[in-house]
Structures are given as structure tokens and as C-alpha cells.
Ligand binder design. Structure first.
Ligand code: ATP
Ligand code: HMH
Length: 266
């Protein structure tokens, strides 16, 4: 079985963060491992607090995994603050990482800062150059580039600027666009479009975490970047189509829809 690692924050209500990543890994038939960077106090209505894990414990979690297990792909999500980012980058650089998906998580859908404002520079300097692919949503791409992004042309411009920061590929996600959910991949030369109709639901908690973990799973299984994103886009679209309410706010996507259907559990 392929072995996947997520380095991210815990979401107590289970729809985003580490919990979404591990569910996505399981749905892809890969073995999921986790290094927790921060514990959030979170439900479907918002994020109400955060406790960062100490850099030493983050470093040692990463080291014991890589010293023991060969990891086929890594996904990085919520990294909270500068010290955490530097620790992750320094520790990972001691190992040869095959596939690294960096989801530059900044602000939750409810508006909570999951990345401290001053940590943006560290994320750009230390994590983006290590990434196989970086997956900003529109607000994140705006913060990283300083552009205002409203159109597909703006998304392409942003992808170009982010590409220059060092990742091998950039995927600018259009989940925040009005009509269609178009994601654009840039490899330094060619733009590849991934289109899906906009699904009319409020239950989109953890869509970004789920997509980036699905991409990491597919890269870990040896798919090319274009195929890995194509399959991941298909997976997230089905997960959003079958999303559901669990509380009073923004509900999670369905990580296991296809599997449950096959198993007769729906
Ligand atoms: N309503 C929707 N209908 C169809 N696809 C969507 C919708 N919302 C998001 N997506 C898709 O989900 C994926 C994740 O994109 P999105 O921009 O929502 O990430 P995100 O904002 O980082 O998510 P989060 O911060 O909640 O984890 C993309 O492929 C995007 O196109
Ligand atoms: C822990 C965590 N990571 C990422 C996100 C972004 O969806 C979230 N809401 N919570």
C-alpha cells in the first residue's frame, strides 16, 4: 500500500484539516499518516481557538516517520506561524520527498486566521520552492501575489507569479468564482483547465483540504500531475455533490460516497 503523510492542523468537527486528509487518503486506498501542527477549536459554525503544537514535537513527529517509513507523498495544510513553517521546511529538507502538495491554508471559510499574517513571507520563502504543486484558492492567491483576482485571466496571471516563487506546478482553485468552479494548472508553459459546474450547496467545509489530499494520493500512486488533478477534481466534485449537514453551519463533503455506494451503505 502507498504511504501518505499529511502535515496539518486538527479540525475538531472532522470536515477539514487532518481529519479530512485521513478520510481522503482512506478513500483512495492509501495508508494515511499525520503530523499535527496545531489543534483548532472548530465546528461547522466557525473556528473558536487554536493551540499550536511546539516546533520540537512537530520536528520529531516528522523525523520518526521518515527514519522508519518510506513516504510516497506528503501534503502540507495549516502551518499556523513562522516558527512552524521553518521547522517543517528544515526537517523535510533532510529527506528526499517524492511528491509534495502544499495547500497554503490562510483563512477559514468563517474568517479565522489559520496562518498568522506575518507568516506569509515564511510560507513563500520556505515552503513554496519545495512544492511539487501549490494549491491556493482565490483569496490565498491574492495574498501571495498582491493581485486582485476576478477572472480566469487574473487567475492565469497569479499562477505565473506564484510559479516564479519556485514550485514545480501551481493550481489556482476557482471554488470562489461565481459561475463555474474552474481550477487552472500552470507548469511554467502550459495552462490546463479543470472545469465543473458550480454546485449549489452551503456544505463545502474542507473542500481545499480534501482536494489537496486527493492530489497527493494520486501523485503517490504514480499518476502524472495532469491525471492526478483530473481524478482529484472528479473526486471533490462528487464529494461536494453529496455533501451534507451535521450541525448548524457549513457541513462537510462526503469523502466516501463512491465506496459506500458500491458497498450498499447508502
Ligand atoms: N460550490 C462548488 N461547486 C463545485 N466545485 C466547487 C465548489 N466549491 C469549491 N469547489 C471546488 O473544490 C475544490 C476546492 O476549492 P476551494 O476554492 O473551495 O478551496 P478552499 O477555499 O481552499 O477550501 P477550504 O478552505 O474550505 O478547505 C476546487 O476544485 C474547487 O473548484
Ligand atoms: C485545521 C483546518 N485546516 C484547514 C482548514 C481550511 O478549510 C480548516 N478549516 N481547518
Amino acid at each position: 500500500m502507498k504511504k501518505l503523510l499529511t502535515i496539518a492542523g486538527s479540525d475538531s468537527c472532522g470536515g477539514a484539516g487532518i481529519q479530512a486528509d485521513l478520510k481522503t487518503f482512506s478513500a483512495h486506498g492509501v495508508f494515511g499518516m499525520s503530523v499535527i501542527t496545531a489543534v483548532t477549536v472548530q465546528n461547522t459554525q466557525g473556528v473558536f481557538g487554536v493551540q499550536d503544537i511546539s516546533p520540537d514535537i512537530i520536528q520529531r513527529q516528522i523525523e520518526v516517520i521518515f527514519d522508519d517509513i518510506s513516504v510516497d507523498a506528503v501534503k502540507i495544510g495549516m502551518v499556523s506561524k513562522t516558527e512552524t513553517i521553518k521547522t517543517i521546511a528544515e526537517t523535510l529538507s533532510k529527506y528526499s520527498i517524492q511528491n509534495l502538495v502544499v495547500d497554503p491554508v490562510m483563512v477559514s471559510k468563517s474568517g479565522f486566521h489559520l496562518l498568522q499574517l506575518e507568516a506569509k513571507e515564511a510560507l513563500i520563502t520556505h515552503l513554496l520552492p519545495m512544492a511539487t504543486v501549490v494549491t491556493p484558492n482565490l483569496p490565498e492567491a491574492e495574498v501571495i501575489t498582491g493581485l486582485e483576482i476576478n477572472t480566469l485571466e487574473d487567475m492565469k496571471k497569479a499562477a505565473h507569479i506564484i510559479y516564479k516563487m519556485g514550485p514545480k506546478y501551481v493550481l489556482v482553485k476557482g471554488g470562489h468564482l461565481e459561475d463555474e468552479a474552474v481550477d487552472i494548472l500552470y507548469d511554467g508553459t502550459v495552462f490546463t483547465y479543470y472545469n465543473s459546474p458550480r454546485i449549489d450547496t452551503k456544505n463545502t467545509h474542507g473542500t481545499g483540504c480534501t482536494l489537496s489530499s486527493a492530489i497527493a494520493s494520486n501523485l503517490g500512486k504514480g499518476l502524472s500531475i495532469v491525471e492526478a488533478i483530473e481524478k482529484a477534481k472528479n473526486y471533490i466534485t462528487i464529494a461536494i455533490e453529496n455533501s451534507f449537514s451535521i450541525g448548524k453551519g457549513v457541513g462537510p463533503t462526503h469523502h466516501f460516497y463512491e465506496l459506500y455506494k458500491k458497498a450498499g451503505l447508502l
